[in-house]
Write a protein that binds this ligand. Structure first.
Ligand code: ATP
Length: 401
């Protein structure tokens, strides 16, 4: 009897399809009517064919595909009350009182606001004759379960977000390919990877590709700070293997000097030291939002200029861009999507009228439910700390609770 709708919102990521599939099949298995909402909140506001009932076969052959087959969008209308009013009408007309939202912190914030307003939206729809009193009663509370799809792994409250692992695979494939050509010509390559506020992709790809230097938004941090960050990042069991590898390695993968904002000197010394010990190439990874300790941006172009001017090394830049979001999801992201999707449906089925919205997250390799707004608020507090250049605070807040 329960109506559940699933939608993807904000930036896409690999593994979202696995999550959508799991929601549909778990929902049907438990006897619910399950709907797709296409194109995120825009489809919810526009209604019509954007909201369609799903069946078992509709989610066949999507688990291996990147992106999201039901479409994602940014939607200004949903940020306005009139947009949410239209969305509520579209849901009530179909008896949908459970939403599974797969997106980033913005999408989850929107879902929470929608739930908070739900009764007043229904009152307004009743008063204006858009819905009947019976419909008002039948759909009186809205339940929300969220999942985070993001390649940046930038959400507080989960060890991993859906898509991060696949993006890492794409990055390391690209770096491995670059290494073979760099070796032949004794070149230095600067790889720009995604991560506007979070250095996770840059840091981990640096660890597993033996990069010589990594620039991340939170940095350059002191070594113990880096180790602390790594400890936090590596709590998921399979990442512990990576951590073990990293601690064996005898190079510094992030700058260790906490005060010196002159990273240039430090970088040059490190590159020279590598070459003089017999290395034929250097790899430097720059996260999109990399900064120095004072918060000034460090771009791939700036790094290249330093390497060319100071060391006269043959230096090239590769910007990975949207390649990182593309391609098939990894086994990890498929499993993560499946587990989270199933857990989200379970959470909705167990919800009572006063159950707070949850995000399904990964904690020590277990799919668990955590309070949605608490995680969103912490994630936003990290973003604020980052924008205020309070890097230590950002790292502190980002760590698991
Ligand atoms: P990503 O991290 O990939 O950017 P996101 O979910 O944070 O994902 P946003 O663009 O912030 O992406 O949000 C996606 C959509 O969610 C918005 O286009 C809007 O429709 C809705 N949304 C975001 N914030 C709010 C809000 N405060 N109130 C209502 N709706 C919102």
């Amino acid at each position: 009897g329960h109506g559940i709708a699933v939608f993807t919102s904000g930036g896409d990521s690999q593994g979202m399809n696995a999550a959508v599939r799991a929601v549909v099949r778990m929902g049907i298995y438990l006897g619910c009517k399950v709907y797709f909402i296409k194109e995120g909140y825009q489809g919810m506001v526009d209604g019509g064919e954007n909201i369609a009932e799903a069946n078992w076969a509709a989610v066949s052959s999507i688990i291996h595909r990147g992106g999201t087959v039901i479409g994602s969008a940014r939607c200004m209308d949903f940020k306005e009350r009139w947009g949410r009013l239209k969305a509520a009408e579209n849901l009530v007309k179909r008896g949908i009182t459970n939403l599974v939202v797969i997106g980033g912190d913005g999408s989850l914030t929107g879902a929470n606001l929608f739930r908070v307003e739900w009764s007043s939206l229904l009152d307004e729809l009743l008063q204006t004759g858009k819905i009947t009193n019976e419909e008002r009663q039948k759909n009186k509370s809205l339940h929300i379960a969220g999942m985070v799809g993001s390649i940046d792994n930038d959400f507080c409250g989960t060890d991993m977000t859906i898509g991060t692992d696949s993006a890492l695979h794409r990055i390391i494939e690209a770096i491995d390919a670059i290494v073979s050509t760099a070796y032949s010509h004794q070149r230095t390559f600067i790889m720009e990877v995604m991560g506007r506020h979070c250095g996770y992709l840059a840091l981990i790809s640096g660890v597993v590709t033996e990069a010589d230097y990594v620039f991340i938004p939170e940095s350059p941090p002191p070594t113990d700070w880096a180790r602390k960050l790594c400890d936090k990042l590596m709590q998921a069991s399979y990442l512990a293997v990576v951590a073990a590898l990293a601690s064996e390695a005898d190079y510094v993968f992030i700058p260790e000097d906490p005060v010196k904002t002159d990273w240039k000197d430090h970088l040059c010394k490190k590159l020279l030291q590598e070459r003089s010990s017999g290395q034929r190439l250097n790899i430097i990874i720059v996260a999109e939002g990399a900064t120095d300790r004072e918060g000034n941006p460090i771009t791939a172009e700036m790094v290249k200029k330093v390497v060319v001017d100071e060391l006269a090394q043959d230096t090239r830049i590769t910007v990975l861009g949207h390649v990182q979001r593309g391609g098939n999801p990894s086994a990890f992201d498929r499993v993560l999507g499946c587990r989270m999707g199933a857990e989200a449906v379970m959470a909705l089925m167990e919800a009572t009228d006063d159950t707070e919205p949850c995000v399904v997250s990964l904690d020590g390799n277990q799919a668990v439910r955590v309070p949605l707004m608490e995680c969103v608020e912490r994630t936003q507090a990290v973003a604020k700390a980052m924008s205020e250049k309070k890097f230590d605070l950002a790292v502190e807040l980002r760590g698991r609770s």
